[in-house]
Write a protein that binds this ligand. Structure first.
Ligand SMILES: [Zn+2]
Length: 505
């Protein structure tokens, strides 16, 4: 009796196994061939990139440990294994199977600095679940994704911005945005990325298979993760358009670049007509001057501003932005990763949210280019408590002409720039830092910039004593022709094949 029960039980198990096999063309009992990730798992398994658990199961919904992901990524990218038998991480057992894999991608998949006071060691946490951020960032680093390629942005490529973008560490955002653009990973249907969520095995297979497709693998389903996620971006096609589209644009509408330093009293606002017809606004003066900024740009015939930048969140730079956001069709909005609690700043943030304007944190190294011109953010290089020093410093180069916009950056930033980007400072036109305050425009900095023209945006009789005699004499010593919005009104330049010239307006 007892024996027949055992035999019956075996028979049931056998029948279950047979039924699973018949339902699945994959190598795993728990991966049916109509499962959304089956093609990815099958492809990676056949190539030796992933494996099951030895008993015929893949467990597609299990989390992936960080050490397991290291192995999968090394396999997928065919990175040579490291023979080093030591580890920079405090928590790795050097006799474990994972050591050669983790050592092979230490630079691409970094560990964690201890948060315990006095503990200087770095930990890898090999058994922690890999997060969606871990997986994406390490992948893009292994692919040698060049961050400087990130910022030739077109508006139609910006659907990769997630509502929880701000919660993704700043340095990881370009990797994640690019991975989404390329279709390697998707966001959620709610429009978030959920970077700190653990990723499951079938999702990792999809990501790796998309990033490292088999040659000629056209069957791969790009319709997204089965668990309710959607592909936000049909990217490869759109990316091709970007590459193809730009030269035509340049060919069709190229003209001299024009730069206007708009008279906004004690504040800053510069408007640029780029050679391909696009436009950029750097700052918008105080709220009292917002209407004047708008009417100036409208008089030039524009209803759209492609790139808007606030150098830093002080009222004399962002006050007029509310009017600008209300009056123009905005492409992309950049601002530094610096916050303040003023009502002016909060109103601007609310307006950006209400109007669903795509906003990017600006920091050094970001570049917008279009073949003929380059807009590069040289600073902020580090975070400062002083908001003036958080200013985004912008270099606009067209042909041989260079304009350098300093915002309100002061001598600390100037010193950093001399050390980090000295070769990029030489400029024909310098928008003098901080309205000509003596805390900016050091002699050392001016000798690196050697400006032909120095423009000071300043209000007549302002309470700060801007510009100071010290700054004016340093500019005179640097042989710069000084132009001031308080005495010259709006100052304008053109830049073309013959270099920079003054524009009458
Ligand atoms: Zn200012």
């Amino acid at each position: 009796m007892r024996k027949s029960k055992i035999a019956a039980a075996f028979l049931v198990i056998l029948l279950i196994c047979l039924s699973m096999l018949s339902a699945s063309a994959t190598a795993f009992y728990d991966v049916a061939d109509d499962f959304w990730a089956a093609p990815y798992i099958t492809s990676l398994e056949a190539r030796g990139i992933v494996s099951g658990y030895g008993d015929g199961y893949f467990l597609p919904n299990n989390n992936v440990q960080r050490c397991e992901y290291a192995k999968m990524l090394v396999n997928a990218a065919e990175i040579p294994l490291s023979s080093v038998r030591t580890s920079p991480y405090a928590d790795l057992d050097v006799n474990q199977w994972y050591l050669p894999y983790i050592n092979a991608i230490t630079a691409q998949m970094p560990g964690y600095q201890s948060t315990t006071a006095g503990d200087q060691r770095i930990y890898f946490k090999p058994e922690d679940p890999a997060t969606r951020e871990d997986v994406t960032v390490a992948l893009m680093r292994v692919l040698n994704y060049d961050l400087s390629q990130y910022y030739p942005i077109r508006d139609d490529l910006l659907s990769d911005v997630f509502y929880d973008y701000a919660s993704i560490p700043k340095q990881d955002r370009p990797y994640i945005a690019e991975a989404v653009k390329r279709g390697y990973i998707t966001g959620t249907q709610q429009g978030t990325f959920e970077g700190s969520d653990p990723i499951i095995r079938c999702e990792v297979c999809a990501v790796l298979c998309r990033a490292f497709p088999e040659s000629g693998a056209a069957y791969l389903d790009m319709s997204g993760f089965g668990s309710g996620e959607v592909l936000l971006h049909e990217s490869s096609q759109a990316e091709n358009q970007i590459q193809k589209g730009m030269p035509e644009e340049i060919a069709s509408g190229i003209s001299d670049m024009k730069v206007y330093f708009i008279d906004v009293g004690q504040g800053d606002s510069e408007f640029i007509e780029l050679p391909d017809g696009k436009t950029m606004l750097i700052d918008a003066g105080t709220s009292e001057h917002g209407a004047a900024v708008c009417s100036f740009i409208k008089r030039l015939g524009h209803s759209r501003i492609d790139y808007v930048l606030t150098t830093h969140p002080h009222a004399d730079h962002i006050g007029g932005m509310l009017d600008v956001l209300d009056n123009f069709d905005i492409g992309v909005f950049y601002m530094p990763d610096a916050e303040t609690t003023t009502r002016t700043f909060e109103k601007m943030l609310q307006k950006l949210i209400d109007k669903q304007i795509v906003t990017y944190p600006a920091s050094s190294g970001m570049t917008l280019e279009n073949g003929s011109y380059t807009i590069e953010f040289l600073a902020p290089l580090t975070l400062y408590e002083d908001l003036n020093n958080c200013s985004v410093v912008t270099r606009v180069a067209y042909g041989g002409s260079v304009f350098l916009f300093m915002g309100d950056a002061e001598k600390e930033v100037e010193k950093q720039l001399c050390a980090a980007a000295c070769d990029k400072l030489k400029a024909d036109v310098l928008k003098v830092g901080h309205h000509g305050s003596s805390s900016s425009s050091t002699a050392e900095f001016l000798s690196a910039v050697r400006p032909t023209y120095a423009v000071i945006s300043v209000g007549a009789g302002n309470q700060y004593g801007h510009p100071t005699e010290k700054t004016l004499s340093r500019l005179a010593a640097a042989e710069a022709a000084v132009l001031r919005t308080d005495t010259d009104g709006t100052v304008a330049f053109g830049a073309g094949p013959g270099g920079v010239y003054r524009l009458d307006i």
